[in-house]
Write a protein that binds this ligand. Structure first.
Ligand code: FES
Length: 161
């Protein structure tokens, strides 16, 4: 597993916070995903060795929680809320607009590698539905026009790179 030295240090430290090593499973998985962007195939074996578990114990956690990704994602992660308020206010259409803009489908990396569009559950901003999280930035009242505007912004930023 190719982790940054700072991540390896955090992992070793976080393990000391728990009286039982296996309790560090979730924090370790979060740290790895933060570093690499997803959980590569050798994650379960690696975490299991660290925490003196069987790989299957880690796999159970990875597959139980939807926030863990087992495939790489695009450079930008567009998360569209699909819970009730957002769904009623057009969240599905917003999501389709992003898919169209980047010629991609939910859960896949766009052909240019720039984005992954996903549905997520309530982002705790139901009063300003539909809501979209792009990386760590929350965007409110994202109708199709605003989705297009945000997409143009992402494309313009990508060109500058
Ligand atoms: S339903 Fe979308 S933010 Fe709560």
């Amino acid at each position: 597993m190719n982790l940054k030295p700072a991540t390896l240090q955090s992992i070793d430290e976080v393990i000391t916070h728990y009286p039982v090593k296996r309790s560090a499973t979730l924090p370790l998985l979060h740290l790895i995903q933060e570093d690499i962007g997803y959980l590569p195939p050798d994650t379960c074996e690696w975490v299991a060795a660290k925490l003196e578990l069987q790989p299957i114990n880690v796999l159970e956690v990875v597959t139980f929680y939807p926030m863990f990704r087992q495939k790489p994602i695009g450079r930008r992660h567009i998360k569209v809320c699909r819970t009730l308020s957002c769904a009623l206010m057009g969240g599905y259409k917003t999501c389709e607009q992003f898919e169209k803009e980047f010629n991609t489908h939910r859960g896949e990396v766009s052909p240019d590698g720039e984005v992954t569009v996903d549905f997520v559950e309530c982002l705790a901003s139901c009063g300003t539905a539909p809501v979209v999280l792009i990386d760590d930035d929350l965007h409110e009242k994202v109708d199709c026009a605003k989705a297009k505007q945000l997409s143009d912004q992402i494309k313009a930023e990508a060109k500058k790179r």
